[in-house]
Design a protein around this ligand. Structure first.
Ligand code: ATP
Length: 293
């Protein structure tokens, strides 16, 4: 018998877990995985529960929710020793990370994969003292992921992001950044947005960081230099096809370590959640965690 801790956000994905939970527990239990559950109650709860699950020596941890819940679970686990493998039931609106790993939304298929114990190692990013698995970013546009109210996402899903995105576009302003990365000369310029990607799936697009791989020990850094709205729309259109990385307005390189500072006030976004302010130190922890995938 193996024992698992399932940490789920009951509000995520139009409250899907409420309908699925009994069936998931039954399927795992029939295959010898005894699972205890915790429904999260609010911000920070998944982090505490995940840390506790590692301490208590569960054989595996399963996170069910959107990228926010997943990020919280990673933050509870990543700083500890003897990490158990992590399973993911994607229930959110964009589910960037599950998409990057090709994790099925079919819960039956995914339970069977967990039962067979198929895992793969992935890199984990560390931004100052917090962890991320998918993306760290900064700039006005990246604030949109945590400004969209949870209730609105539950009701209308992806559309909520588009509505908020249109609202944000008109107020885009460049920010002065100083970027120091290992293997790169110091860059000092004005940028609309910068992204430090660990996977190729960002903000619901799979072509924003087209060459990024989650187990290569490197970040893909993509930053858009100061531009006007017309140029912004042009680069965004190229980005839909993954053809933006060679554009003159786009800075793109790979690194395992970088520092970003700014004379201004720049918010950080980690996996879609507010991640504090710059300055930021970003390092990759190569193949730090095993994921059922
Ligand atoms: N019971 C709860 N009620 C309200 N908020 C919660 C609850 N449990 C967790 N949360 C918070 O909701 C945040 C977002 O959750 P999550 O990412 O799982 O769902 P989502 O918003 O539906 O997905 P997505 O971000 O992909 O749209 C979590 O980071 C957590 O802080």
């Amino acid at each position: 018998m193996r024992n698992a801790r399932l940490i789920y956000n009951p509000t995520s994905g139009r409250e899907e877990m409420k309908r699925r939970l009994a069936d998931i527990l039954h399927r795992l239990d029939s295959a010898g995985i005894e699972t205890s559950c915790h429904a999260t109650t609010g911000e920070g709860d998944a982090t505490r529960e995940a840390a506790d699950a590692v301490e208590r020596g569960y054989d595996l941890v399963i996170a069910a929710g959107g990228d926010g819940t997943l990020n919280e679970v990673i933050n509870g686990m990543a700083g500890r020793d003897n990490l158990p493998p992590l399973g993911i039931f994607p229930l959110g609106t964009t589910n960037d990370f599950a998409r990057a790993l090709g994790i099925s939304r079919n819960w039956e298929e995914y339970c069977d994969l967990v039962i067979r114990g198929e895992t793969r190692p992935i890199d984990v990013g560390k931004a100052n003292d917090r962890y991320f698995i998918n993306i760290a970013g900064g700039g006005t546009l990246t604030e949109l992921t945590y400004e969209v109210p949870s209730k609105l996402k539950t009701m209308i899903g992806q559309l909520a992001y588009y509505l908020k995105g249109i609202e944000k576009m008109v107020s885009l302003t460049p920010q002065e950044l100083i970027i120091q990365a290992s293997g790169q000369e110091i860059i000092h310029d004005e940028f609309m947005v910068f992204l430090i990607a660990n996977s190729n799936s960002v903000g619901g697009f799979d072509k924003l960081a087209p060459g990024a791989s989650i187990d290569d020990g490197l970040f893909d850094v993509i930053a858009l230099r100061k531009c006007n709205l017309a140029e912004f729309v042009r680069v965004a259109t190229l980005a839909l096809r993954g053809e933006h990385v060679n554009d003159k307005k786009v800075l793109h390189f790979r690194t395992d370590y970088m520092e970003v500072t700014s004379p201004g006030q720049v918010q950080l976004n980690l996996d879609g959640e507010f991640g504090g302010m710059l300055p930021g130190t970003f390092r990759i922890l190569p193949q730090h965690l095993r994921i059922f995938a």
